[in-house]
Design a protein around this ligand. Structure first.
Ligand code: OFO
Length: 170
């Protein structure tokens, strides 16, 4: 059975994952109307879908443990970006924010001696290491490319094949 404090923290994380899905969905929609970046667009749609899966995983966990998962109200995300660099910078900052939030939940699980939730959260800890590493790699590449069109062409060509291995994006 979930304690009250743990349940509140998990419900807050459900909101954050839902919000992440919306943030990346807005990036996808914006990218879709920019010329020539079809794979970058697909990448943002994929990220949005993944965040929704993260939310669902939490919803099932809360309900399976005798709690009640609350489907949250959401703020409208940022809809447009001055450049691709700005969008990817926001993606990295958002992932760092999510990692901090996961870490806070891990702290609460330990304080509450809720070892089942602590164990469950380890998947999110590992996932955040991968996602932050991927976001950093993509930001580094974009910084090198700047506004150079041929670089951007290759970036778009490669983005769906970028792998994350042992916490380092390759
Ligand atoms: Fe939910 O995985 Fe990152 O944010």
């Amino acid at each position: 059975m979930l304690g009250k404090r743990m349940q509140e923290a998990l419900n807050e994380q459900i909101r954050i994952e839902a919000e992440s899905s919306q943030v990346y969905l807005a990036m996808a929609s914006w990218a879709e109307i920019q010329p020539g970046i079809d794979n970058i667009t697909a990448f943002f749609y994929r990220q949005s879908d993944e965040e929704r899966e993260h939310m669902l995983k939490l919803i099932h966990f809360v309900n399976d443990r005798g709690g009640f998962a609350v489907v949250p109200a959401l703020e409208q995300p940022v809809l447009t970006f001055p450049s691709l660099q700005h969008a990817f910078k926001q993606l990295l900052e958002h992932e760092i924010f999510v990692s901090e939030s996961i870490n806070k939940m891990v702290d609460i699980a330990l304080q509450e001696k809720d070892y089942a939730t602590h164990n469950f959260l380890q998947w999110y800890v590992a996932e955040q290491i991968e996602e932050e590493a991927l976001a950093r790699t993509l930001n580094d590449k974009l910084e090198m490319i700047g506004n150079e069109k041929s670089g951007l062409y290759l970036f778009d060509k490669d983005i769906l094949t970028v792998q994350v291995v042992d916490g380092n994006a390759e």
